[in-house]
Ligand binder design. Sequence first.
Ligand SMILES: C[S@@+](CC[C@H](N)C(=O)[O-])C[C@H]1O[C@@H](n2cnc3c(N)ncnc32)[C@H](O)[C@@H]1O
Length: 291
Amino acid sequence: MTTARTVDAIRRDAAARLRSAGMDSPELDARLLLGAVLDLDLTGLISQAARLLTPQDIAALERALRRRIAGEPVARILGVREFWGLPFRLSPDTLVPRPDTETVIEAVLDIVRANAWQGRGLRILDVGTGSGAILLALLHELPDAFGVGIDISLGALRTACANAAALGLSARAAYVAGDYLAAIRGPFDLIVSNPPYVRTADMAGLSTEVRDHEPRRALDGGADGLAAYRVIATQAVGALVPGGALVLEIGQHQAADVERLTGAAGLHRHRPPRPDLGGVLRVVTARKPPP
Ligand SMILES: C[S@@+](CC[C@H](N)C(=O)[O-])C[C@H]1O[C@@H](n2cnc3c(N)ncnc32)[C@H](O)[C@@H]1O
């Protein structure tokens, strides 16, 4: 049980406990968890370092620390994660948006710029929208665009819808429950997706944080990890306008296979696979041939 009582002492105590429990980023986690309990950002934690915590604050931090030490990701404990500088509420049905996925946003914005599509009322489809991270980040960047988010999980769609409202984007975002693109016709100028892409056999080897705290259907990509790409590539051809682009997040070492699938579906490579900040090829971009 934590006994120190000032913000600063309790933060250091929490970080030490997280460190001895083997957490990767104990200082950051301690700041985030304590900040959430006290509703303070980093500056607030510093400026109020000498403030005394109430027993209720200490009990709330203790609960959060126990969850973290048991392997629950900080974003799950907080119920919110920042993506592309925007706050996204999470639920048990949504994947925690990853920094790697911001590579998808960069790839789309590059395509929009290269085709001089700014200012057009672009129609964007996000397949497997989850928390709505990709679609809503794009609508935030492209004020003239409209978007549809599809997910097979109603719980995820409810969360995406709430995030659209909280970000002031509801008027340009619609949500549809469906199995990939089966329920939707289009046409769309851009189809984006970060589908499940972990091979089923690799699921058991994922870290506790991912395996035990992320929804399985957000991760499991079937026997070879490519099941979703097979379906989405085939369905996207019919839902894209001629000249429209399909932008897919991929897992490590999947670029060649995913490009083969988009090619077999009749799409052309639009850009070379794009690396994330860690240098891993993260995004494949294909285009429906112009008329
Ligand atoms: C890897 S998560 C991506 C979530 C979000 N787009 C992101 O990037 O953070 C994959 C999403 O696909 C959804 N999904 C899985 N199978 C699906 C299917 N057959 N049809 C539609 N969505 C599906 C999951 O519910 C999950 O929200």
